[in-house]
Design a protein around this ligand. Structure first.
Ligand SMILES: C[S@@+](CC[C@H](N)C(=O)[O-])C[C@H]1O[C@@H](n2cnc3c(N)ncnc32)[C@H](O)[C@@H]1O
Length: 380
């Protein structure tokens, strides 16, 4: 357990998918076309969302009831569709398929889509929802950190667009048995992939106090991280944590509720990020993207908290500078990572109307970059 925890926390790779065991549905022949996105810019809302920093706090609302959506209300749907500019010739990877809402819109406009999700329940739902597009849609279970291997396995060599709509779906939050919600009693689980190695309960019951404090501070930006970690360690001497509300109540006993936000929001976010190794997985996936996008192909990413967005923003910044310079260098150098054009400088945030209709969208931020015809690639 100790070895497993140290592999998982902070800087370590924890593979949750056996490449040979991915579930492949409807693997039709995916012809390889070389297409260039031609969409024109339209005006979407750019800037700082007041709710953006720091927590995506998906937990504090019953989204399915508020939005009226059956599974998950797709966020920034028009904007994603606009920037991916789907048409009959294009092939997209929706690497966070979820309820299939974004994929459905791309398919409706004639594109072909490969949908990837590590949650088999999401795959089943999306597969049923998109069954009328059998000839244009394939659903695969897997972690997007391994999307390159997965695409190779099914014979794909290049994409016209890749979508990452990060985090968890409303259905995952609302299903108490998944353990993501602090407002409903359920097992303290939080694994997106139910076969992944470690649950939130195992982290909470086995981590050293110092490690727990670091998880809460680094992944939840929780200022009371040490106090909470210490209270957890004291309480687990009496009784181990099994239930979501046990943990939520303990946090609330330390940080009394102020305003609408539940005091356990940040602790739950931190545990979810740690259990699913979310930041590391994102970094690994981003590093693979240039190899797979064809020139003109677009990377579209929606993030829901500042930790994710920081990773996306700094990656895109690094890859969109043609020249780099350092004080110790005699002159600037060509940037070996240069391969993207930023489609917009600032991220796009949802309109007020979207946030009114779907409060979960309020912390979303969309960034888009376009692959340039330069740099290392197996898709050119
Ligand atoms: C916000 S939801 C996507 C919703 C979807 N765009 C829609 O319109 O219905 C995110 C989904 O990504 C999945 N997911 C998150 N991280 C993943 C990863 N590393 N690999 C594969 N799937 C992941 C989650 O299981 C969840 O179903």
């Amino acid at each position: 357990m100790r070895e497993l925890l140290s592999r998982l926390l902070f800087n370590h790779n924890l593979s949750t998918v056996d490449g040979g065991e991915n579930i492949l549905y409807h693997l039709s022949d995916w012809p390889q076309d070389n297409c260039r996105s031609t969409s024109k810019q339209t005006s979407f809302r750019q800037g700082n969302s007041p709710d953006f920093n720091p927590s995506g706090d998906h937990n504090d609302l019953d989204y399915s009831r508020k939005s009226g959506s059956e599974y998950h209300e797709s966020v920034l749907l028009d904007e994603v569709t606009h920037y991916l500019a789907p048409d009959n010739n294009k092939l997209f990877l929706d690497a966070t398929l979820g309820g299939g809402g974004h994929s459905e819109e791309l398919l409706r406009r004639g594109a072909r889509v490969i949908g990837l999700d590590q949650d088999p329940a999401a795959l089943s739902f999306a597969k049923a929802r998109l069954s009328t597009y059998d000839d244009k849609f394939g659903a695969i279970q897997g972690n997007f950190r391994e999307f390159g291997d997965i695409l190779s396995t099914i014979g794909i060599s290049g994409l016209d667009g890749l979508l990452l709509d990060l985090g968890i779906s409303s259905r995952q939050v609302d299903d108490a048995d998944r353990g993501f919600s602090f407002s409903k009693p359920g097992p303290l689980d939080m694994r997106m992939d139910p076969d992944a190695e470690i649950t939130a309960a195992e982290l909470v019951n086995n981590c050293e106090e110092e490690e727990l404090a670091r998880v809460f501070y680094e992944y939840g930006e929780e200022r009371a991280s040490r106090r909470i970690a210490s209270a957890i360690v004291n309480r687990r001497k009496e009784k181990l944590f099994e239930c979501t509300t046990d943990l939520a109540n303990l946090v609330e006993s330390i940080l009394p509720r102020r305003g609408k936000k539940h005091p356990a929001t940040r602790v739950f976010q931190a545990l979810r990020i740690a259990v699913n190794n979310e930041l590391r997985v994102l970094e690994e996936a981003l590093a693979e993207v240039p190899k797979w996008l064809r020139p003109g192909g677009r990377l579209v990413i929606i993030s829901f908290h500042s930790l994710e967005d920081r990773i996306v923003k700094s990656y895109l910044k690094r890859c969109s500078r043609s020249v780099i310079d350092r004080p110790e260098w005699p002159e600037p150098k060509q940037n070996p990572d240069y391969c993207f054009k930023l489609v917009m400088q600032k991220g796009i945030i949802p309109s007020k109307e979207e946030v009114r209709n779907n409060p979960r969208a309020r912390s979303a931020r969309l960034r888009v970059a376009e692959r340039l015809p330069i740099g290392v690639s197996n898709a050119e």
